[in-house]
Design a binder for this molecule. Structure first.
Ligand SMILES: *Cc1c(COP(=O)(O)O)cnc(C)c1O
Length: 399
């Protein structure tokens, strides 16, 4: 169906950070299939994992034990606040499951460690999210998404959701001075908004959220679908901030190209899910878990994470050089690690740049209204980025 406006190009071959079209022409990939191909193309570790996985049943059922799934869960939860994982197939499915998890949690007032307030039962079900957020396209995650245009024609979405203004302390305080505050089950947020413009929250804003979560018994769900698994130079991007999520959602880069999503939660919260309360036929099958484990083994290694931070700093330095040269066109740079936005002075110029880069065989992404977004494979080197700076400079010079 016609759900994407597609560029007229296809890529039958990929190697490292490069893709090749039908004619064999080489493209520099600075978007990684929207943050998915963390290890680029044809990576030896992924190939090895794939070869290993195809020797065994690709799929079993979550009715049986799946050691590959347990291994991945352990890897994701180790050195983190989380104790248990639920596996699914995409980011939206992870968020949808997290919505169910937080609602289930508050519906069971007897869950260990919960305040046993009488009025909590069945009423504590409001979920808060923020403007310019993106959480997915199914009825729950779409309800939480802070962009009206993509909701048109699909209402009614799930109820008892509330969108507040991103990074606005006053809006947050106002809402929590109102009558509904005790019925808020959870706040959903992206630690860095990916689709909405690469928007980093102020520490003050996050501090307020932490305070509110404690004061009014609100769970914090961090959507790390785009930011997680090394994208920002840390295992999870929330580690950059002074917040303590109860639940996080992962997908995109986790599988390095195979479809997998995950919810991680503290034991206190995850124990609200018991047999038959939630599920997924394909979720966490041996095939995807074997590949995702190989991706995590590679990406979450300390030296690898450090190299992402280093390359990211170099990218920002290079952007700064261009910003100094073209201050009327390049207004701002934002991001962490290899998740970087460059704000352009108009929508038209941003879109012009996207087209020009494609003409010059470079793949970049838009984000928000007028931001260029870079999500290169995490293996990219500063040498491989060089052609981008040269082409960018050439295009800007003619604008
Ligand atoms: C991409 C994205 C999603 C949706 O993931 P899908 O795998 O496309 O369903 C949800 N949240 C965030 C932050 C994303 O970037």
């Amino acid at each position: 169906m016609n759900t994407y406006g597609r560029f007229p190009v296809s890529f039958p071959k990929g190697e490292g950070v490069y893709l090749y079209n039908e004619k064999g022409e080489k493209f520099l990939d600075l978007m990684s299939g929207i943050g998915v191909n963390a290890l680029g193309y044809n990576h030896p570790k992924i190939k090895k994992a794939l070869q290993e996985a195809i020797q065994k049943p690709l799929h079993l059922s979550n009715l049986y034990e799946i050691p590959e799934q347990e291994k991945l869960a352990k890897k994701l939860c180790e050195d983190s606040p989380f104790d248990e994982a639920f596996f699914c197939n995409s980011g939206t499915e992870a968020n949808e499951g997290a919505i169910k998890l937080v609602r289930k949690f508050w519906s069971l007032s007897g869950v260990e460690g919960t305040s046993q307030k009488k009025n909590i039962k069945n009423e504590k079900n409001i979920i808060i999210s923020f403007s310019s957020s993106f959480h997915g396209r199914t009825m729950g995650s779409l309800a939480l998404t802070g962009k009206d245009s993509i909701k048109t024609g699909f209402t009614p979405l799930i109820g008892n959701t509330q969108i507040l203004e991103w990074n606005n302390l006053e809006d947050l305080e106002n809402y929590f001075s109102g009558n509904n505050r005790d019925n808020v089950a959870a706040i959903f947020l992206e630690p860095i908004q990916g689709e909405g413009g690469i928007n980093i929250p102020d520490n003050k804003f996050l501090k307020k959220i932490s305070e509110i979560c404690k004061k009014y018994n609100v769970l914090l769900v961090v959507d790390e679908v785009q930011t997680g698994i090394g994208r920002t130079g840390k295992k999870f991007a929330f580690e950059y901030f002074d917040i303590q999520p109860d639940v996080i959602c992962l997908a995109k880069g986790l599988g390095g190209g195979v479809p997998i999503g995950a919810i991680l939660a503290t034991k206190k919260i995850s124990s609200a899910f018991t047999p038959s309360t939630h599920g997924s036929t394909f979720g966490g099958n041996p095939f995807v878990c074997t590949v995702a484990t190989a991706v995590c083994d590679e990406v979450l290694e300390e030296n690898f994470l450090n190299s992402i931070v280093k390359t990211g700093i170099n990218v920002c330095d290079e952007i700064q050089i261009l910003m100094n040269k073209y201050p009327e066109i390049l207004l701002d740079k934002r991001g962490k690690g290899l998740m970087i936005g460059i704000e352009i002075n108009s929508v038209e110029n941003r879109n012009f740049l996207l087209t020009k880069f494609l003409e010059k065989n470079i793949l970049v992404l838009p984000s928000g209204d007028k931001t260029l977004r870079l999500l290169p494979p995490l293996i990219i080197t500063k040498e491989e980025m060089k052609v981008f700076w040269k082409v960018f400079d050439d295009i800007l010079q003619k604008m």
